[in-house]
Design a protein around this ligand. Sequence first.
Ligand SMILES: [Zn+2]
Length: 639
Amino acid sequence: MKHYAIPDVRDVRIEKGLLGDVAAKMIDSVIPYQWEMLNDRVEGAAPSHCVMNFKIAAGDVKGEYAGCVFQDSDLAKWLEAAAYSLMVKPNADLEKTCDDLIAVIGRAQQPDGYLNTYYTVKEPGKRWTNMRDNHELYCAGHMMEAACAYFEATGKRQLLDIMTRMAYHIDSVIGPEEGKLHGYPGHEEIELALVRMYHATGDALMLKLARYFINQRGTKPYFFVEEAKRRDSNNYFDQNDFKQLYWQSHLPVREQAAPEGHSVRAMYLATGMADVARETGDNTLIAACKHLFESTSTRRMYVTGGVGSSSIGEAFTFDYDLPNDLAYAETCASIALCFFMRAMLQLEPDGRYADVMERALYNTCLAGMSLDGRNFFYVNPLEVDPEASHKDKRKEHVLPVRPQWFGCACCPPNLARLTTSLAKYMFTLGENEIYMNLYAQAEADLKLGDKHVTLKCGTDYPVSGEIVLHPGAGKYALCLRIPGWAKTYSIKLNGESIDAAVEHGYARIEREFKDGDVIALSLPMQPRRVYANPHVRADIGKVAIMRGPVVYCLEQVDNGALVEALCLARNAELSEAAQPDKLGGIIEIHAAGKRLVSSSDALYSDEAPALEDAELTFIPYYTWANRGENEMTVFVRDI
Ligand SMILES: [Zn+2]
C-alpha cells in the first residue's frame, strides 16, 4: 500500500519564529528544568518521585514507591524529548545524563524483561492483574517511544534492547494463545509505540503485538469485565459505571464511529489504529480511522483544537457538546490529536488533517505552557471566571493560571516531546513528492526515495502569511498546503505567478527544480470572524476571532472585568497592531465593540441593558493567563 514517510528530527532545523522559539525554549530551558522536576529538586513544586522510583526499583537506594501508578511515563516522555533535543542541538552533558538514566532503567528491569517501577517496588506478585487501570502497557509504550528516539538520536541500543526484552515479556503474558491474557491496555499508547519499535528493530513481533491490541479491543466477552471479576478491588473505576466507553473498549475498533470516553486515550488509540493500518494495508482499519477523524473534527472539537468536553472521565460526551466554561480539553489530548493527524497524513495527503493538526498545535498545545516555560495547563478552557474556578465545584478543574507542576504531570513532558520533534509533522514524503504541512523558518534535507533534496523555508509565519521557499535542484513535486482557512492565495515561481493545481488541499508544483529557484507562497493573514455551527449551543449568538491558524481571546487585563458582557458588531472593523514587547511579541487585534451595562442593580429589571461603546483588545489564545489571574473568553457576543 502506498504511504508516506516522515523526516527524522535532525533532517529539519526549525530555527526562528513562533515554533522555532518554542522548540529552542524547550531545549535550552524547559528540558533541563523538567529534569530538575523529575528529580524533586524544584522548591515549592509537587515532587515527581519519577527518578527516585527507578532508583528504588534498580536497588540503588532504599525507599517506598511514590506518585501515580503511571509515574514512569513522565520520565519516558522526558527522555524522548531529550533525545529530540540532542538531535537538534548536541549536548554531551545531557547525553551523559540520559546514558546514566538508561543504566538505572536497565537495572530496574527484572530478569524476565519486566519493567515497571510501581509493581516492582510496591506490588510485586500482582503484575498484569489490573490492565484496565494500572498502566503497565502505557508506561511500556512511552518507554518504547523514548528508546526509539534515543536510538535515532545517538545510535545507542541499550534502551532499545531493554524495551525489546519488555516486548518479548509482554508477548509471553498477553496474546491469543491459551494460557495467556486476552487483554489490551486500559490506556492506549503502546500500539503506536510498538509500530515505532517495529521500524527501529525490524522485529515482526512488535507489529504482531500492536495488531493484537488493536484487533482484540472491544471484543466480547469484555476483557476488563472478566479481569475485574478475578480481582478483589473496588476502586474509582469499579464504583463508577463507565460502560466500557471510558476505555474505548465498548466495541471492536472498526465499529467505533466516533471518539468516546477519555479523550487522550481515544486519540492515542486512533493514532495506533492509523499506524497499524499503514503497516498492514488494512482497509477496514483505514475506514475506521477516517470515521474517527470526521466525527472528531466536524462535531467534537473546540475551535482551539481542544478535545474532551467533560471533566467527568476527562471525556468526549456527544456531538456538538462543546461547553466553553466546563471544557476539559486536556493539553495531552490535543497533542495526541496532532499524533493522529500525523498518522493520517502518512496514509494519504489530505490538507484537512494538517488543518486540524495546525489548529491543535497553535492553540491548545501552545497554550499548555506559560511563555516562560515554567508553568503548565492540563485543562484548556475557552471561558474562565476565576471566582467560579475557586468557588464552583463543577469548575474546580478549570484553573485560571498555569500551575508549576502536577501530581499527575502527563502534559508538560508530552509538550516537550511534541515541540522538539515538529520536523515529523512539518513534512510528509512520498516517493518523489514533498508535502509541506506546516510553515516555519526552517532548513531541511529530506530523503525522497534514494535521493536527498534540500529545502529552505523563510517566513515569519504566522505573523505574516508570506512564505519563501528555496527548493534544491532535482525533478520532484513540491506540494504546498493551502490551509482550509485561506480563502485566497498566490504562488509565484521566480517572480512569475503560476497556477498550481490544488489537490486535497495541496498546491502541486511538479518540475525539474534548478538551483536558485524561488517559490513565494502568499496566504491571507487577516483577522476573521469564525462562527460555530448552531448545534453548538454554547456558542449560539457568539463569534470567535482567528488570524491564520491562531485563535484569539479577550482577557480582563486588557478589556476590564465581565468580559462576557462585551459584544462585537458584525460590521465592526478588525484592525491589527504589532506588539513586539507584549506577551513575547504578538499581533493584537482591536475592534470598536459594545459593553452591556445594566441601568440598575436589580437582579431582574424591565429595562434592557444599555450598549455602551467599548474598545475590544484580542490577544492570541496561546498567550492567555500570563499576566496573573483574570477572566478570559474566546467566544464573544455577536451583535
Ligand atoms: Zn496530560
